[in-house]
Write a protein that binds this ligand. Structure first.
Ligand code: MG
Length: 378
């Protein structure tokens, strides 16, 4: 063993259920989730340090990713990672990409755990390692689950009382109802509020053009109206509303293509969608250089993902951080101590080493996957 090198000796995973305070979360196409199925990953090392990550797809209908698939994929990848230095995140990612083509969400929690280890090994927070905290904290958005226009409008006051000023409506349903949803919520807004209408790929191109035209006098961002990049680009060229791309921006190449086509003003950067913090940082830094703002988040998750989001978001220059998400405030189960907690609609990354979290093992229970050696001898 080379002096100073750390080696991966084992990888384990847990399955944990995360119910929602509001009972369910509904978006386009009649999709809904009541209980999220999240996977916590631990990367164990010969240095006596363990790093933690988490991945939580938004159900199989959202992106090409599903919870059981994350666990099957991690089981497939893990044996090939034993013996690698987890603090060499670039080498680790290249190895994962050699072992398994695609499947970025499978790699995300492992990469996240390795950043946690890099921080613990160096005594630095992940935010510091990602460039350093920008300011004291940052603003979050609140997703407003798809309901009737009146019900969605009624949610705004309560969320504002919790400190939120950025509201993301789940639209992408019947276009006439969506037009009503956007107008009803817009009527509740105050100066300084930000409104986003996120169709989550739910509209056909002609429907999206109709909605965009009908809300042309509303101060609203249009997010991911249609399934394909080409349809979204066509809609973009028909509207002067600010435009966000999310589902189709799944790697660096798509960011470059979008910038080249002037296809968006903002992207939604989800950590697991692009394969982890290493790749998310690369995209984040490129967007900062090219002038594209970002919502920084993930598909869903609990305390560990919320911590990872906080480190990436907090180390992003404020003028390029459009918003971020605190998933741990949406779910009823806490899976880790030390995770950031929302205060007045804002969040701050921990200054403790690594991600700054320690999992609640009593909540996680028994692991569903053990590869290599567990430090506690099982
Ligand atoms: Mg979105």
């Amino acid at each position: 063993m080379v002096a100073g090198k750390m080696r991966i000796t084992g990888i384990s995973a847990w399955r944990v259920e995360l119910p929602l305070f509001e009972g369910s979360y509904k978006w386009s196409g009649g999709n809904a989730v009541e209980v999220f199925d999240s996977t916590v990953v631990a990367v164990h090392t010969d240095a006596g340090l363990t790093g933690y990550g988490e991945v939580c797809p938004l159900g199989p209908a959202y992106l090409p990713a599903y919870a059981a698939g994350a666990r099957v994929g991690i089981a497939e990848l893990a044996p090939g990672l034993l013996g690698l230095d987890p603090t060499e995140c670039g080498n680790l990612n290249r190895r994962m990409d050699q072992l398994m083509r695609g499947h970025p969400y499978v790699k995300s929690a492992i990469d996240m755990a390795c950043w946690d280890l890099l921080g613990k090994a160096t005594g630095q927070s992940v935010a510091t390692l990602l460039g350093g905290r920008c300011g004291e904290d940052f603003a979050l958005y609140r997703a407003i689950s798809q309901q009737s226009p009146a019900e969605m409008a009624a949610k705004v006051a309560g969320y504002r009382a919790e400190g939120y000023t950025k509201f993301q409506l789940k639209v992408g349903g019947d276009p006439d109802t969506d037009i009503e949803r956007i107008h009803a919520v817009a009527a509740q807004l105050q100066r300084g509020d930000v409104l986003i209408a996120d169709a989550n790929t739910g509209w056909r191109q002609h429907e999206a053009v109709r909605v965009a035209h009908a809300v042309r006098d509303v101060d609203v961002y249009i997010e991911q109206p249609c399934l394909s990049y080409e349809e979204c680009l066509a809609v973009r060229r028909h509207t002067d509303r600010p435009f966000i791309l999310d589902e189709v921006i799944d790697d660096l190449g798509m960011v470059l293509r979008g910038v080249s086509d002037q296809a968006m003003d903002v992207i939604n950067l989800k950590i697991s969608k692009v394969g982890g913090l290493t790749k998310a940082r690369q995209i984040r830094d490129l967007c900062v250089s090219l002038g594209i703002a970002m919502t920084i988040e993930d598909t869903w998750g609990g305390d560990i993902i919320t911590a990872a989001i906080a480190h990436l978001a907090h180390s992003t220059p404020k003028e390029f951080l459009f918003s971020a998400t605190d998933f741990n405030s949406y779910v009823t189960v806490s899976i880790a101590e030390g995770a950031p907690q929302r205060a007045q609609g804002r969040l701050a990354a921990s200054t403790a080493p690594g991600l700054g979290i320690s999992p609640r093992m009593e909540v996680l229970g028994d692991p569903v996957l053990v590869v290599g050696k567990m430090p506690w001898g099982s």
